[in-house]
Design a protein around this ligand. Structure first.
Ligand code: ADP
Length: 415
């Protein structure tokens, strides 16, 4: 009700008035003096016992005591946590950016600290959500399409710390989207590749059925050959699709078995020469007898060699050599396959290992290509710490080579 100072003044005044009345009433001066002293002492005791806040006498002190708002953003632990976060993170008080970690500064610029969050994150959807202050806004993950650049996607989450303070989390989803796109493109491409031979098979079967056995022998033979060729194309495609998924599944499993690359390449060449391939005699093998030991999966390395050598046979000119060499290069071995063919234009070379990428689709199909051969080579190469190199000259030919690390200790064996 009264502060400490006013209480003291009132007490002293009352004591003074009591003393005057006592004197006027003819009281004993010694008794009055003793009462006066006791009153002053009592007032001083009460004064010192009252809480000091009462002394300030300010308006704030007279209002019911209210604790100052707690700031989470200013807590030193918060700043430490923000700095450790790898994704962009911003602390916002009353929509003003109070704190931003390095990732946020890199993404949005240094000027954002002190700026309004709705101008710091320049995206209409973000601005709309950040203007809201309801509970829903704190729970949802908001998609920011074409942010910060066209074709990219980030997500934003907002967590409320108090009425005034919020944390804004940003995360880049562009790479995930690219992986999703690749996966769905792959499924679409694979379906398309399977549908084409399937349509041909069904078409020729229906024609034969419509002819009700009236087709002459050469026509029947021609149709059946086409059906067989298309069925084999489908078969090869299914084999390659299974291979690529198996190789991808093994991607992070480093091979631990010691294998001899010379023996693997020799075996692959023999298989190709025995097969019905058109030009088995064109293969020229430049191989040493000595083993070249590396850590590997023999079946996968055989498939890698098969794909590269059969490409050289498919795309090289008939009756020109396909040279297969194994060369030791320090601690590594190079498997190199050269052909004399039309070669590949430089702008195609970086894309050859993409699934279903072909320089000339019709040509690839006509030689039984699936467009997956070099994608498989790339994956097998990566699993074996291989380095793929494709060098080509238009009109002259192509050299595809892969180097692999040799097993330590095997280096000097055939030098
Ligand atoms: P494909 O099954 O079509 O041969 P690959 O993945 O093995 O698929 O090769 C991709 C494309 O690279 C081929 O379609 C072809 O255009 C080109 N290519 C591969 N090897 C050679 C080569 N030795 N000479 C010329 N072009 C080649």
């Amino acid at each position: 009700m009264f502060d400490r100072l006013s209480s003291l003044v009132i007490a002293l005044t009352l004591i003074g008035i009591a003393a005057i009345f006592a004197a006027l009433a003819g009281g004993d001066p010694l008794g009055i003096a003793m009462m006066l002293t006791a009153g002053v002492l009592a007032a001083a005791t009460v004064y010192s016992a009252l809480p000091p806040a009462a002394v300030e006498g300010s308006a704030a002190a007279q209002a019911p005591a209210e604790a100052p708002p707690v700031s989470f953003l200013r807590h030193p632990d918060f700043a430490r946590w923000v700095d450790q976060e790898k994704d962009p993170l911003l602390g916002v008080a009353d929509n003003i950016v109070a704190i931003a970690n390095d990732a946020a500064i890199r993404l949005l610029g240094r000027h954002i600290v002190g700026a309004d969050i709705r101008t710091a994150i320049r995206h209409p959807v973000a601005a709309e959500w950040l203007s809201r202050n309801d509970a829903d806004a704190a729970l949802e993950t908001i998609n920011l399409l074409d942010f910060p650049r066209p074709g990219q996607r980030w997500t934003m989450r907002v967590a409320a710390l108090s009425n005034r303070e919020r944390i804004v989390f940003l995360a880049d989803r562009s790479a995930l989207d690219a992986a999703d796109r690749m996966r769905s493109d792959f499924v679409a491409n694979a379906s398309h590749e399977l549908r084409t031979p399937l349509a041909a098979i069904l078409g020729y079967v229906e024609t034969l059925q419509d002819m009700n056995g009236e087709a002459d022998a050469p026509t029947r033979h021609r149709f059946l050959s086409i059906i067989e060729r298309e069925a084999r194309r489908m078969q090869q495609l299914v084999i390659d699709l299974l291979s690529i998924s198996r190789v991808e599944a093994d991607r992070f499993r480093r091979p631990t078995t010691e294998v001899d690359l010379t023996a693997i390449v020799r075996h692959t060449i023999a298989q190709l020469q025995d097969s019905e391939a058109e030009r088995p005699r064109d293969i020229v093998a430049v191989l040493d007898d000595a083993p070249l030991l590396m850590l590997g999966d023999a079946a996968q390395l055989g498939q890698l060699a098969h794909n590269i050598i059969s490409n050289a046979m498919k795309y090289g000119r008939p009756r020109t050599p396909v040279t297969v060499e194994l060369l030791r290069e320090g601690a590594r071995v190079r498997l190199s396959v050269s052909d004399e063919g039309d070669g590949i234009a430089p702008d195609h070379i970086p894309r050859l290992t993409e699934r279903f990428y072909r320089v000339d689709e019709a040509r690839s199909r006509s030689v039984g290509g699936t467009g997956l051969g070099l994608a498989i080579v790339k994956h097998i190469g990566e699993r074996h710490q291989g380095q793929l190199d494709i060098a080509s000259e238009l009109g002259k030919g192509t050299r595809v080579s892969v180097t692999f690390p040799l097993v330590t200790g095997a280096q000097g064996e055939n030098s």
